[in-house]
Structures are given as structure tokens and as C-alpha cells.
Ligand binder design. Structure first.
Ligand code: PLP
Length: 459
């Protein structure tokens, strides 16, 4: 950490006070500010570092809610945004078009799994999920199949916070209170390898979860529009990971029952899983591919739903009612599209995925000794996502929730200049891809220290 100068400290305190007088932060019990949780005013970012107004800097190990790919204030993306803002900041996207949107759609279709032919733009991840759910239902309706109105979702899945997206999610902390407002999907068992029986491999567990899905489909398949899932990693559900065999079997089952597969790659897309898109690891093409978060390199809100020609064609008709009458004011925003194009240009010009393989191997190496800690029940990794499942000493039993070990680890890491924001008692690394070997080393040292400290002293 850098030396703190008294004027900067005063500055940070002032912004903290002004913030807490007027703002309401997301996913936060505001009562915990300012005493239990420090609020951290940030003045600027560079690479993996966030610079606090108090003069301290914080290594962003969670890519600012999984959005950032190439570091904060990445100059190529920043410049593309500045240039676009001076040419065309926004235009109504119904009846009008522009170069950044066209080029973005062309580029995404060229990169995505084969068989996707159309791109619908929205402005955040939850909106993309809403679009996919509505499009799936509506496409069956337009074909005269009006009976299909159910969705299948996975246990422990997460797809966003708006009512439709929340309905197909299964994280009680976010869903339970709103349950009376939500459509009821059919929930299928998660292929999550952590849930495997003793002696059962991740592959075999995935096969068993697919068999359970087959039973649901055999019973109610004719009422179902789509299966929605997060390919390979259930991120908000605690970075739970599963074998790609599940995706292959789910794809086959969806085909067999004539239903859509919605792949929510909002978190795992753009290289997080090791491949550009996680679906590639199972060699499948979904009927809907939802993208957001890393799409703009973490600069601006934007989302895209890629779908097939078959879905698109179900909406073509002389009647307006058959059209997809869904819109957001900022749909296709040119500045956000320019940020996304600059992000894709970095993937094109640099060996990003290859470099990430080296980084991911280094992450594994550094995490292995941390996994020896008696309170680390499992270290798991998929590409650039690595998670530490904390538990009771030398056991798979969770820590008592009242201990709030994760929160404790969060605070301890912040004090050491690292932003590690756990999911319950799961600590994870999901850093910007530009993280250096030295920075990873530092991250590993701090992680080891805070796991030890928080499982020991914070009880
Ligand atoms: C973050 C996330 C969403 C929601 O995206 P927002 O932009 O936060 O609305 C949906 N699905 C998954 C898998 C996510 O991780």
C-alpha cells in the first residue's frame, strides 16, 4: 500500500460522508456502512489497480463484478469511446442504424458457436435474459404452439435481478422475498461437481444430473419453451463448476423435446472459462446466447442476445403482433458498441486466450499450497476463474453462517490492499487478464493470510 497523506484521507472521509447521506448501494445492507463495512471512494483505476481517495490502492481480484477484462482505463477502449462520443452518441435504434452496431453484430456472429444468425441488443445482463425468455416463448406462440409457457432452470443458478430473470434464478438470498411476484420455473438438479457423491467423478455427476433433466422433460417437456443455464460455472451461486458433458446431454435433450437452450454466458463469456465462449468446450450451439459484462471490456453497460435464423423467422409476418415488440431506450447505443468493438479488436490483435492459459496455470500453482489450509475444503478452477471453498477444518461441512467468515476475509483483504469480494464463504480470483506474475503472487499471499486470519480470529 502507498503512504497515506492527510489531505487525501480527509478527502476520502468527505466523499464517504456525502455518499452515505444520499446514495443507496446495490446488494448492500446500508446499515453496515460505515461501521462494519468501510465504503471505499475510488479516484481512478489503472490496470488491475483501483486507486482510493485515501491514497491506498486495491488490487481488483474480482474484475469489478466480473466486468473488466483488460484492466481499468484500458487506453484503446477509452479512446474508442471518446471518438465515438464525438461522432454519434446515440440514435433511436428502431428504424435507424449505425456502423458500430452493424460491425459488432457481424463480429459477434463470426466469433460465436456456428449456427447463430441474429443479434438483438439490450443494455444489461438481466435485460438480455428477459429478451431470451420472451423471444423463446413468443417464437413458439407465433408457430401456433401456445401450450409452451414453462421454463426449466437449474438449482443454484443465477440470471439477474429483474423479475423475469430473478424467477429463473435459484439463489434464495435474492429470490425468496420476491417469490410471490415471480413466474415459477421447473428447477432441475445442478450438475455442480461439488455435489458429487464420494467416489463419483465430475463427469458421472453431470451424467446423473442430465438423467434427472430427462425425467422432467419426459413428464412436462410439451409445456416447456426453454432450458436456461450458465455454461460450466454457476458464478453467483458460489463459483460452482461442472463437467461439459452436461451441456452436451442438455443440448441433445432439448433437441429431442423440441425446446430451446438458453446459454447465459453473461459472466463466463469472453475468455473467462478458458475458451472465448464456454459452450465451445462442449462443442454445442445454444438457441440463445446471452452476453454482457465483459462485452465492453468492463467500460459500459451493453448486452447482446444471439439467436438462430429459425427463431428469427418465426417473427416475420405482416402483423405487428408477431414482431418482437421489446425495446430499451438505449438499445444499440453507439458508444457502448464502439467499446465492444475495441474489446473484440484486442482479442483479434493479441493472443489473449493463449496468454490466459499461462496466467491460469500460474493461478493454479499459487492456489495449490493455499488449498492445504485445513479450512479450505476445495480449490477449483475453470480457466480464469479460481475459487476457494471454505469449510470447517478438514471437512466439507460449511462454516457456521453466523461467523460471517467471508465478510471477515473481505475486510481483512481490503486492509491489505486487495479487493476480494467473497460469495458467502467462497473466496475467488477472477482478475483482469492483464494481471502480472508479481501481482498474482501478491494476490496469493494476501489470500493465504486472510483465509488464515478470518477462519481463526473472526469467529
Ligand atoms: C451478472 C449476471 C447476470 C445479470 O447481469 P446484470 O448486468 O447484472 O443485470 C445474468 N446472468 C449471469 C450469469 C450473471 O453473472
Amino acid at each position: 500500500m502507498t503512504m497515506t497523506d492527510p489531505t487525501m484521507l480527509a478527502d476520502a472521509a468527505l466523499w464517504r460522508t456525502r455518499d452515505l447521506a444520499v446514495l443507496w448501494h446495490p446488494c448492500t445492507q446500508m446499515r453496515e456502512h460505515p461501521d462494519t463495512l468501510p465504503l471505499v471512494p475510488i479516484s481512478h483505476g489503472r490496470g488491475v489497480w483501483l486507486h482510493g481517495m485515501d491514497g491506498n490502492r486495491y488490487l481488483d481480484a474480482v474484475s469489478s463484478w466480473w466486468t473488466n477484462l483488460f484492466g481499468h482505463a484500458e487506453p484503446r477502449i477509452a479512446n474508442a469511446i471518446a471518438e465515438q462520443a464525438q461522432r454519434l452518441e446515440h440514435v433511436i435504434f428502431a428504424g435507424f442504424s449505425h456502423q458500430p452496431a452493424v460491425e459488432l453484430a457481424e463480429s459477434l456472429l463470426a466469433l460465436a458457436p456456428p449456427g447463430l444468425a441474429r443479434v438483438f441488443l439490450a443494455d444489461n445482463g438481466s435485460a438480455a435474459v428477459e429478451v431470451a425468455l420472451k423471444m423463446s416463448f413468443h417464437s413458439f406462440f407465433n408457430r401456433g404452439d401456445t401450450r409452451r409457457r414453462k421454463f426449466i432452470a437449474l438449482h443454484n443458478g443465477y440470471h439477474g435481478e429483474t423479475l423475469g430473470a430473478l424467477a429463473v434464478g435459484d439463489i434464495p438470498l435474492y429470490r425468496r422475498i420476491y417469490a410471490p411476484l415471480l413466474i415459477e420455473p421447473l428447477f432441475a438438479p445442478s450438475p455442480d461437481a461439488w455435489l458429487a457423491e464420494p467416489g463419483e467423478s465430475a463427469h458421472d455427476h453431470a451424467v446423473r444430473a442430465a438423467a434427472a433433466l430427462a425425467v422432467i422433460l419426459a413428464e412436462q417437456g410439451e409445456d416447456v419453451c426453454a432450458l436456461i443455464l450458465e455454461p460450466l460455472v454457476q458464478c453467483a451461486g458460489g463459483m460452482r463448476m461442472y463437467h461439459p458433458e452436461y451441456l452436451r446431454r442438455a443440448r441433445a435433450l432439448c433437441d429431442q423435446h423440441g425446446i430451446h437452450l438458453i446459454a447465459d454466458e453473461i459472466a463466463v463469456g469472453f475468455g473467462r472459462s478458458g475458451s472465448l465462449f464456454a459452450c465451445e468446450q462442449a462443442a454445442i450451439t445454444p438457441d440463445f446466447l446471452c452476453l454482457s459484462k465483459g462485452l465492453t471490456g468492463g467500460f459500459l453497460p451493453l448486452s447482446a442476445v444471439l439467436t438462430t435464423a429459425a427463431v428469427y423467422e418465426a417473427f416475420l409476418d405482416d402483423s405487428r403482433e408477431r414482431a418482437f415488440l421489446h425495446s430499451h431506450s438505449y438499445t444499440g447505443n453507439p458508444i457502448a458498441c464502439a467499446a465492444a468493438l475495441a474489446t473484440l479488436a484486442i482479442f483479434r490483435d493479441e493472443p489473449v486466450l493463449e496468454r490466459n492459459r499461462t496466467t491460469a496455470a500460474h493461478m493454479a500453482q499459487l492456489a495449490a499450497p493455499i488449498g492445504e489450509h485445513p479450512h479450505v475444503a476445495q480449490v477449483r478452477q475453470t480457466g480464469m476463474i479460481l475459487a476457494f471453498e471454505l469449510g470447517q477444518a478438514n471437512s466439507r461441512e460449511p462454516l457456521p453462517a453466523a461467523q460471517r467468515t467471508g465478510l471477515c476475509a473481505y475486510r481483512a483483504a481490503l486492509q491489505r490492499g486487495v479487493l476480494l469480494r467473497p460469495l458467502g464463504d467462497v473466496l475467488y480470483w477472477m482478475p483482469p487478464y492483464c494481471i502480472s506474475a508479481d501481482e498474482l503472487h501478491h494476490l496469493a499471499q494476501v489470500t493465504a493470510a486472510v483465509i488464515d486470519e478470518s477462519t481463526r480470529a473472526c469467529a
